[in-house]
Design a binder for this molecule. Structure first.
Ligand code: LFR
Length: 490
């Protein structure tokens, strides 16, 4: 066949999509076959994912993709990281996976650190400290009937793949976000798991991107109207791993901002950086496709903007993104700056009020309207990107001549320009669908439709994507001053 159609299932914090990707030599075309909302649900004060609803959305999406394409050459799934579903001895799901923004996880941090100090956790796993890493989630579940009955812990894409195929495993890029994978051996950190009192048996055998997970079961084929066999392939099942595959880089001298609900800012390496300076700077060593290391920091990202828009809409204020962005562009720069990674911004809630409170606390005049709030968010994000890119360069000893900004944020021209100005580097924006593209490329290669390493896959991306370059304007001195000012205040 000249080209084949792969279904890339890409689940984000607020919506899931099934994307049909037609791939062949010199050809890579995406069609969104189906999109469905992902609405977290709070019961009894606990925030969950509605994972059966997500699975139903995946089935609807596969049906739609199959109808449009005639035949599917494969399926791959990626989603956000860290959250797990627990299965009992019969393979049944024990309750809904908890949302990483649930407050319970952080309560277990001191208990984990009392057993394994943070320095040691980092040397073993290379994972940045985030209070919701799976290791803390499981520790917080200690003593619950659910954890006692659990025999298998599956990350969200692995759980959905299990329902589609019957096959159990842990895809390694996502496993690297649990805080329980050894960054050097790239195996489950058995000794660490023992010390923390978890059962090693909870963690299934690892799979690598490109491995065959299985095939859609007869039930799934019947329900989706697809003609089998349809293979399910392990991709970079952590959405950020797939998004980094989807970075259209031309050499290894690049930094990336994978810009969606979160902004993941860093570089691609061959080996982890496990130094104490790296830990202190909040850098993670997550695994990427083809044995790479995603050396990056989590910046709180467009979540700040999304939650602000949600808050304004709930208060009946006009909150259309294009309008607020246009208004923000007219506000003078650096009127107010916050550290986007302030932990108070993590849970859902009234973001404009929190931002105002942080500004007041740091001796700044709080933003007085929507335009100023949005400007504060964008300036603050661009400044955080600059700091993260510069720190990554220093800590990893890797030179960078361009910043690739991929994901939904690539549509935000103001943010892209501010990022170029702040970093003092050209920003290449796009593709918006980097995660779905990375997902599809890895499937297509596993199926033999494409070949080559990441540079070859990225060359195809460049030929087929719409990219936009932003050149830094200004001398950068204003950003130096803004950074110094933020440091003084925080
Ligand atoms: C982005 C992302 C980040 C991860 C966060 C929580 O979608 O996957 O990489 O830190 O979500 O899982």
């Amino acid at each position: 066949a000249v080209s084949s159609t792969f279904a890339a299932v890409d689940l984000g914090a607020s919506s899931g999509r099934v994307i049909a990707a037609r791939v062949g030599p010199g050809r890579l075309e995406l069609t969104e076959a189906y999109r469905f909302p992902n609405r977290p649900v709070r019961t009894g004060g606990t925030l969950h994912w509605d994972v059966l609803g997500l699975y139903a959305g995946v089935l609807d999406g596969l049906r739609a993709a199959g109808r449009a394409a005639g035949r599917l050459a494969g399926v791959g799934i990626d989603s956000w990281a860290v959250d797990v579903g627990l299965l009992d001895a019969d393979g049944a799901l024990l309750g809904n996976p908890l949302h990483y923004r649930d407050a319970r996880h952080a309560t277990a941090v001191p208990a984990v650190h009392a057993v394994v100090p943070p320095e040691q956790l980092y040397r073993t796993t290379g994972l940045q400290h985030l209070p919701f890493n799976t290791v803390f989630q499981l520790a917080a579940a200690r003593g619950t009937a659910q954890l006692a009955a659990a025999r298998t812990a599956l990350l969200v894409p692995d759980l959905l793949a299990y329902w589609l195929t019957g096959s159990v495993g842990a895809e390694v890029t996502n496993a690297s976000t649990t805080g329980l994978l050894d960054a050097t051996s790239r195996e489950w950190a058995g000794e660490l798991i023992d010390r923390l009192g978890f059962d090693r048996g909870l963690f299934p055998p690892l799979r690598w991107p490109g491995d065959r997970v299985g095939e859609l079961t007869a039930d799934v084929l019947a329900e989706t109207g697809l003609t089998g066999p349809v293979p399910v392939t392990a991709v970079g099942s952590h959405d950020t791993a797939s998004a980094v595959v989807g970075v259209p880089a031309t050499s290894d001298r690049f930094a990336y901002v994978s810009c969606g609900t979160w902004s993941l800012v860093g570089v691609e390496l061959d080996r982890p950086v496990l130094s104490d300076a790296s830990r202190a700077a909040g850098f993670t060593n997550e695994l990427g496709v083809d044995g790479t290391v995603r050396y990056l920091r989590n910046v709180m990202g467009l979540w700040l903007l999304q939650e602000s828009l949600r808050t304004w809409a709930a208060h009946g204020l006009p909150a259309e993104l294009p309008e607020v962005l246009a208004a923000a562009a007219r506000v003078p720069a650096f009127t107010a700056l916050v550290d986007p990674d302030d932990p108070r911004f993590l849970p859902p809630g009234d973001m404009p009020a929190r931002i105002a409170a942080v500004c007041a606390e740091t001796g700044q005049t709080p933003p007085k309207d929507q335009a100023e709030t949005v400007r504060c968010i964008l300036d603050s994000l661009a400044l955080a990107y600059r700091r993260s890119v510069r720190r990554a360069v220093q800590l990893a000893g890797r030179d960078v001549e361009v910043v690739h900004l991929v994901g939904g944020g690539a549509r935000n021209a103001l943010l892209c320009q501010l990022t170029a100005d702040a970093c003092g580097l050209p920003v290449v924006a796009g593709p918006v669908e980097a995660a779905a593209l990375g997902n599809a490329l890895v499937q297509a290669r596993a199926a033999g439709v494409l070949d080559g390493g990441l540079p070859g896959l990225r060359a195809l991306l460049r030929e087929t994507s719409e990219l936009h370059t932003y050149t830094p304007s200004g001398s950068g001195r204003a950003w130096d001053a803004a950074e110094a000012r933020l440091d003084r205040r925080h």
